[in-house]
Structures are given as structure tokens and as C-alpha cells.
Design a protein around this ligand. Structure first.
Ligand SMILES: [Zn+2]
Length: 232
């Protein structure tokens, strides 16, 4: 005889743990600290009924997940359900998934959801590392095209472009190597272009003096505006 089943399902962008038990009514809970959603349903209730139930409570779920995190709105990121994260200037709601089949971050454009696959009981550091690897991969995908475009604009090419987690947005060293901050993947794509042009200009002018600013005005006329967006 079946007593209880447990599975992870995603309904309308909400990832939840579904328990089927010997109960009469369906109920839903949102648990701190992650805003994890747990739904308990009668053993033989149809998938359709469960799905409709969750969909009808979607707004309420998202609101309550936000509420769970509201106390520390200015606190550092915790990588919890309902948290807002960014990719190329767009906002996404984070949903944690622990599904062995999914190893990488998955983006649902339509629902504006970012799924972060995490091992059970993972630390904030571990979650951050998984997401950073995703941003690094996004940067690696975006760079060739931006580099080609900006190299043409500035007329200079670097010896190498690297991506890493760093304090500044970019850096250009004496060996003509450009290093870019992986967090640029969170910003509007124009920011990556601006930083690339800035670093390429260092291949002409090493400091940030008047000559450098003239180069920026010539190669990236909107650079002051973009710089503001970047540092928001
Ligand atoms: Zn500089």
C-alpha cells in the first residue's frame, strides 16, 4: 500500500516539493529561510487539479517568498527562492532546484525565472559559485562578438581577454591583456561594450587623462551615460 510519495515538480515557474499523502485536502506551505514551497495533496488527486491549485496561488506564493526575504533587503544576496537576480540587464526571480538531471542554470525568458540547480543543504558560497560559473559562461559566449566590434572601432586588439571575479569592471595590463569582471553579465549588454572600449583605449593611452577621455568621446560618445547605468 502506498503511504506517501515525494517529488520535485515545477508548475508555472514555481519549483516545489509535492507530497502525496493519505489526506483529504490539499495544502501549501512556504518555508523560511529559502522560501521553499511544499504542497501536500491527497494520494489520488489528479496532476491537473494540483497544477490548477498552484497556479491559482502563484501571486500569493511569490509575494510570500519576497516577504520572507524582505527583512534583509539590503543584506548580501542569500541565493534563496524569490530573490531577484539579473542577466544582461533583465530581472529574474530565482528558483532553486535540486534535480540531478539539471546541472546548469536555466533561464525561462517568458516567466522571467532563473533556475539555480543546487545540491541539498548547500551553503551560500556554493550557490554563489554555481551562479558565477553561469555568468562566466555567459561572458565567454558574448565576448567574441563584442571584441570584434570594439576592435574595429578602436583600431587596437588585445593579446588576450580573460574573465574573472574582481573589484573593478575591467583591467588592461602592460602585456595588452584585458581582464573583465564576470558581473558584467548582470548588466545591460551596452555596459560590456563600454568597458571593452575603455580597456582597448588603454592600449593607446595608459592613464585616464584628457587624451584618454577624448578617445572615449570619439569611440563611445555615450560613455558617461553608460558608466552611470553600470554603477547603479
Ligand atoms: Zn581604465
Amino acid at each position: 500500500m502506498i503511504k506517501m510519495t515525494k517529488e520535485t515538480v515545477t508548475i508555472d515557474g514555481i519549483t516545489l516539493t509535492l507530497y502525496r499523502k493519505n489526506i483529504k485536502n490539499m495544502y501549501l506551505r512556504i518555508l523560511p529561510p529559502d522560501g521553499e514551497v511544499k504542497v501536500s495533496a491527497p494520494l489520488f488527486m489528479s496532476d491537473r487539479e494540483i497544477s490548477d491549485f498552484v497556479k491559482s496561488r502563484k501571486e500569493w506564493i511569490l509575494k510570500n517568498q519576497r516577504k520572507i526575504h524582505e527583512n534583509d533587503i539590503n543584506a548580501p544576496l542569500k541565493y534563496r527562492n524569490g530573490e531577484t537576480h539579473y542577466l544582461w540587464g533583465k530581472e529574474y526571480t530565482l528558483q532553486l532546484i535540486s534535480n540531478e538531471k539539471i546541472k546548469h542554470v536555466v533561464i525561462d525568458e517568458e516567466k522571467s525565472v532563473m533556475y539555480l540547480p543546487i545540491p541539498k543543504r548547500s551553503t551560500i558560497e556554493k550557490r554563489k559559485k554555481i551562479l558565477n560559473e553561469f555568468y562566466r559562461a555567459q561572458m565567454k559566449m558574448a565576448i567574441p562578438q563584442v571584441l570584434e566590434k570594439c576592435t574595429k572601432i578602436v583600431g587596437k586588439a588585445p593579446s588576450e581577454v580573460k574573465v574573472r571575479s574582481m573589484k573593478n569592471w575591467g583591467n588592461c595590463n602592460q602585456n595588452k591583456r584585458i581582464t573583465l569582471n564576470l558581473n558584467l553579465a548582470k548588466k545591460d549588454p551596452i555596459c560590456l561594450e563600454y568597458v571593452m572600449i575603455h580597456e582597448l583605449c588603454h592600449l593607446i593611452e595608459f592613464n585616464h587623462g584628457k587624451k584618454f577621455k577624448n578617445l572615449m568621446d570619439r569611440f563611445c560618445p555615450n560613455w558617461k551615460k553608460i558608466k552611470k547605468v553600470l554603477n547603479e
